[in-house]
Design a binder for this molecule. Structure first.
Ligand SMILES: Nc1nc(=O)c2c([nH]1)NC[C@@H]1CN(c3ccc(C(=O)N[C@@H](CCC(=O)O)C(=O)O)cc3)CN21
Ligand SMILES: CC(C)C(=O)C(=O)O
Ligand SMILES: [Mg+2]
Length: 289
């Protein structure tokens, strides 16, 4: 067991020299929505590494260490094989790289579904080993008891309804949800169950827009949309997707940059210079005096 006791969870700094900014709290995020109105939308992006967290931190309210790292970082075919060890390692890196945003870590498939007790053990491990402020888990009414169990025991929980990628083997694919009346009603009921169980926010992923709006109106805590609606109380995207780094992106992704081209272009120029023996130049070499 490698519990990292030198972590200061408020600042993530091993040695808390004057904290420039206090980290946002989960109750502050929950309180963004008052009587159904969210004056300041919640800004969330995924982060998997310390450096990425450093660059995103000042601009975000929440950093999500998503289990999407399975596909994005590890090249896995889905998020199903992602482990608690992976989430703990990347969660700790993101907490170390940030001091302003609150860090939320995804609970991976298989680490929480069996019972509230199993969920508590997994979530407590993530809080202890990473210094994150909250965990996220997928599922609606079936997870309500677990959400209440964790929240009552000191672990804030973010819910996740609609397109829940860990259930890809049940859903049959990554297509948008809520197109039939029965499916739409279930999504609203799932979000309500999570809200009533004490979730501090609920991700609404891959849901037809009118249903995403209905969910946002139906629950008291903030909704965080991805492939949902601008009327959600906040938004999240996978950072690599919005940077244009990931090869295959869903319709809901907006590319704010084309970083893949920048990276392969740099590698192309480097390779050409190595082959032409023009790199390293005088500036990059050590001379005797
Ligand atoms: N890089 C990345 N971005 C994500 O958003 C993401 C992951 N990975 N991994 C975990 C899940 C998987 N996700 C996905 C994956 C594919 C689609 C997709 O291709 N959807 C179709 C829907 C077609 C339809 O319903 O009509 C699309 O074309 O948008 C959506 C979400 C969302 N999550
Ligand atoms: C897309 C977000 C909501 C997520 O769960 C992830 O990145 O794993
Ligand atoms: Mg996830």
């Amino acid at each position: 067991m490698s519990t990292t006791f030198q972590l200061d969870t408020a600042t993530s700094r091993a040695n808390p020299t004057p904290a420039p900014m206090k980290r946002l709290t989960i109750p502050a995020i929950r309180q963004r929505k008052v009587d159904g109105v969210t004056a300041q939308p919640v800004v969330m992006l995924t982060a998997y590494t310390a450096r990425q967290a450093q660059l995103l931190d000042a601009h975000c309210d929440l950093l999500l260490v998503g289990d999407s790292l399975g596909q994005v970082i590890y090249g896995l075919p889905s998020s199903v094989p992602v482990t608690l060890d992976m989430m703990a390692a990347h969660g700790a890196a993101v907490v170390r790289g940030s001091y302003h945003a609150a860090v939320v870590v995804d609970m991976p498939f298989g680490a929480y579904e069996a019972s509230p007790q199993q969920a508590f053990e997994s979530a407590a491990r993530l809080l202890k080993e990473t210094g994150c402020a909250a965990v996220k888990l997928e599922g609606g009414a079936a997870m309500a008891e677990t959400v209440a169990f964790l929240t009552a025991r000191g672990i804030p929980v973010m819910g996740h309804v609609g397109l829940t990628p860990q259930a890809v083997n049940v859903l049959g694919g990554y297509n948008a949800r809520g197109r039939s009346e029965a499916e739409a009603a279930k999504i609203v009921a799932d979000a309500q169950a999570l809200d009533e169980a004490g979730a501090f926010a609920v991700v609404v992923e891959g849901v037809v827009e009118p249903i995403a709006i209905a969910v946002t109106k139906a629950i008291k805590c903030p909704t965080i949309g991805i492939g949902a609606s601008a009327q959600c109380d906040g938004q999240v995207l996978v950072t690599e997707d919005m940077l244009g780094m990931f090869e295959r992106v869903p319709r809901f992704v907006k590319r704010y940059e084309a970083i893949a081209e920048t990276i392969s272009g740099a590698a192309e120029r480097y390779a050409a210079e190595v082959r032409a023996r023009t790199f390293p130049g005088v500036e990059q070499t050590y001379q005797p005096k």
